[in-house]
Design a protein around this ligand. Structure first.
Ligand code: ADP
Length: 532
C-alpha cells in the first residue's frame, strides 16, 4: 500500500505498522511496535501531522482514524498519507501569490507617486511661469521705470523663479520616466552638432567661473548616433553644468566625441554593435569611490563636509542615465577625489552594426501627446526659434532699420512672448477647457507684451505694415520649429496647437498694431507741439 497503516490500542500503543508507515516514520516496524503513537488519534476526524525523522527533513502526513477489532480487542486503525509534496506546492503558490500582491502594491504605489509628482509639477510649473513672466514684464519697465534696487530685486526673483522651475522640470521628467510616460523622439543625430550646441549654452557660465572649456574632436569624420537629439543635448548640458559646478576657478572642462567598437565593461548596454561616445572631463574635486554607486540615485548629492552644498536637486544624473538607457546606451563615470571626474555617454552608432535595435519599449504605450507637449517643445526651443526669427527680420531689413538694431531690441518682448505662449499651451491642456486663472495670467502677460511691443516699434519708426510682417515672420518661425522638433507628436495635435498659437498671434498682432498707432499719434503730437 502507498498509504501508511498503523494499528494502535485505545491507549495509543502501536501494535502494527506497514512498510509505508515504516518509511514515513523513518523507523522499522520492529522499533515502532510497543511505543506510543505520539499523536491524538480521534475517530472520524481528518488531521495533519508533521513527522520529524531522526536527522531527516520533516514529512507532512494526513491521517484518518477508524475503529477496528485487532486480535479480538478494540483498537484504532490509523491511515497516514504523505502530503509533503502537496504541502510544499501549496506553500510555494502562497508565497508566489504573496510576492505578486507585494509587487502589485509596490507598482501601484510607484504609479501613484509618479502621478502625484507629475500633477504637482504641473501645478507648480504654471504659476511659476507666471511669476517669471510678470517679473520680466516689470524688468521691461512695463509698469513704469524701476530704480536700481528694484531692478536688482526683480532680477533675484526671476533667477530664483528660473532655478525653481528647473528643479520642478527635473522632478517632472523623472516622474514621467518612472511612470513610463516619457516618449523619446528617436532618430539619427550628428554628435558634433549636439555637443557644440550644449557647449554654446554653458560657455558663458564657464567664462563667468573662470574655467577653460575645451572641445576636442580627434576624428574629422562626422559621427552619427541613434537617439533623441533634444534629450541627448539635455544630458550633455547636465554633465557640463556639473563639471563646471564642481571644478574650481582656473580649472579645465573638456568635451570630446569619439567612436568605440565595443561598449566598456562598466556600461550596462543591451545591444551589441558599434558605439559613439561623448566624454565630459573635468579637473574638479572628484567623487569618493564609495559615493560613485550612489550619485545616479535620485536626490543624492555627495556630502561635502564644511563646504556649502552646491545648487541642484540631485536628480540630473538620475535622469541622464535613465534617458541614456532608454536610448539603448549608458552613462558611465570614473573619478578620483582631488583630480577630477570623467563622465561618458555611450549611444548606439547610427548606420553601425547596432541598427537592428529593439523597438522602443515606450512605443506601444505611447498615447496621444497633447498640446502641452507642443508647449514644452516651444519653451525648450525658444532660444533657437528666436535666433531664426531675428535672422529673418534682418534678412528682410524690416523697416529699413533692422540691421542697425541690437539683438536685444529685436528679440526682447518676443522671447518672453514665446515662453508665455508655450506656458499657456501647457495650461490649456491642463485646464481641459475649463476657465483657469493660470490661463488668464498667460493671456494677460501676452496682452501687456503685445502693447509694449507695438509702442516700442512705433518709437523705432516702424509702420503698421512692418509690424504686420513681423508677426507673419513669427508665425512662420513658430510653425517651422514645431514641425521640425515635434516629430513624435501626432500631426493633428500639432495642427491643434498651431491653431491656438495663430489665434494668440493674431490677437497680439492686433493689440500691438493699436499700440503702435496710438504711440505714433502721441509722438506726432509731441513733435508738432515742439515745432510749434
Ligand atoms: P545635482 O548636480 O543637481 O546635485 P546630479 O544628479 O547631477 O545632481 O549629481 C549628483 C551628485 O553627484 C552631485 O551633487 C555631486 O555630489 C556629484 N557629482 C556630479 N557630477 C560631478 C562632477 N563632475 N564632479 C564632482 N562631483 C560630481
Amino acid at each position: 500500500m502507498v498509504d501508511g497503516i498503523v494499528v494502535a490500542t485505545l491507549e495509543g500503543v502501536i501494535r502494527f505498522a506497514n512498510p509505508a508507515a515504516e518509511q514515513l516514520f523513518g523507523r522499522s516496524s520492529h522499533e515502532l511496535v510497543g511505543t506510543q503513537i505520539g499523536f491524538p488519534a480521534v475517530v472520524g476526524e481528518r488531521a495533519e501531522i508533521e513527522v520529524v525523522h531522526a536527522g531527516g527533513t520533516p514529512v507532512s502526513a494526513e491521517l484518518r482514524v477508524a475503529d477496528i477489532d485487532w486480535e479480538g480487542e478494540p483498537a484504532r486503525l490509523v491511515m497516514l498519507r504523505d502530503i509533503t509534496l502537496r504541502k510544499r506546492a501549496e506553500e510555494h503558490a502562497a508565497q508566489l501569490e504573496h510576492e505578486r500582491i507585494g509587487r502589485a502594491e509596490a507598482e501601484a504605489a510607484s504609479h501613484a507617486k509618479s502621478d502625484f509628482l507629475a500633477m504637482m509639477s504641473h501645478e507648480l510649473r504654471t504659476p511659476l511661469n507666471a511669476v517669471i513672466g510678470y517679473s520680466e514684464l516689470l524688468d521691461l519697465d512695463i509698469a513704469g521705470p524701476l530704480n536700481d534696487d528694484q531692478r536688482r530685486h526683480i532680477s533675484r526673483i526671476r533667477e530664483c523663479g528660473r532655478h525653481l522651475l528647473s528643479l520642478v522640470n527635473e522632478v517632472l521628467d523623472l516622474a514621467k520616466i518612472e511612470a513610463g510616460r516619457l516618449t523619446l523622439q528617436m532618430g539619427v543625430g550628428r554628435l558634433g552638432t549636439i555637443s557644440d550646441a550644449a557647449v554654446s549654452l554653458v560657455q558663458a557660465s564657464a567664462d563667468a567661473r573662470g574655467i577653460t572649456l575645451i572641445t576636442r574632436s580627434p576624428s574629422a569624420v562626422p559621427l552619427f548616433f541613434q537617439g533623441d537629439e533634444d534629450r541627448t543635448r539635455q544630458i550633455l548640458i547636465n554633465l557640463l553644468n556639473n563639471a563646471l559646478k564642481f571644478t574650481p576657478v582656473g580649472g579645465t572642462v573638456s568635451i570630446e566625441c569619439g567612436q568605440a567598437a565595443m561598449a566598456p565593461a562598466d556600461a550596462r548596454v543591451t545591444v551589441d554593435g558599434s558605439w559613439v561616445f561623448v566624454r565630459v572631463s573635468d579637473t574638479g574635486i572628484g567623487i569618493p569611490a564609495d559615493q560613485i554607486p550612489h550619485i545616479f540615485e535620485p536626490f543624492t548629492q555627495v556630502a561635502r563636509g564644511h563646504t556649502r552644498p552646491r545648487d541642484g536637486s540631485g536628480l540630473g544624473l538620475t535622469i541622464s542615465r535613465r534617458l541614456a538607457r532608454m536610448m539603448h546606451g549608458d552613462l558611465t563615470v570614473r573619478s578620483e577625489p582631488g583630480k577630477g571626474s570623467v563622465f561618458t555617454l555611450f549611444l548606439p552608432e547610427a548606420g553601425g552594426a547596432t541598427s537592428a535595435l529593439p523597438s522602443d519599449p515606450q512605443d506601444g504605450a505611447s498615447r496621444l501627446q497633447g498640446v502641452a507637449e507642443v508647449g514644452e517643445i516651444l519653451i525648450r526651443e525658444a532660444g533657437q526659434l528666436l535666433a531664426a526669427f531675428v535672422a529673418r527680420i534682418r534678412a528682410e531689413d524690416l523697416a529699413d532699420a533692422a540691421m542697425r538694431l541690437r539683438y536685444s531690441q529685436l528679440a526682447d518682448h518676443i522671447a518672453t512672448y514665446i515662453g508665455d505662449v508655450g506656458t499657456v499651451l501647457v495650461a490649456v491642456e491642463e485646464a481641459r477647457g475649463q476657465p483657469s486663472g493660470l490661463l488668464a495670467d498667460g493671456t494677460e502677460i501676452q496682452r501687456l507684451l503685445a502693447e509694449r511691443h507695438g509702442a516700442q516699434r512705433a518709437r523705432l519708426g516702424w509702420t503698421s505694415d512692418d509690424l504686420h510682417r513681423e508677426w507673419q515672420l513669427l508665425d512662420e518661425e513658430i510653425e517651422r520649429t514645431l514641425r521640425r522638433c515635434a516629430n513624435g507628436v501626432p500631426p493633428q495635435t500639432i495642427e491643434e496647437a498651431l491653431t491656438i498659437v495663430r489665434r494668440f498671434n493674431r490677437q497680439a498682432a492686433e493689440l500691438s498694431r493699436r499700440a503702435l498707432m496710438r504711440t505714433a499719434r502721441e509722438l506726432g503730437h509731441r513733435r508738432k507741439a515742439s515745432t510749434a
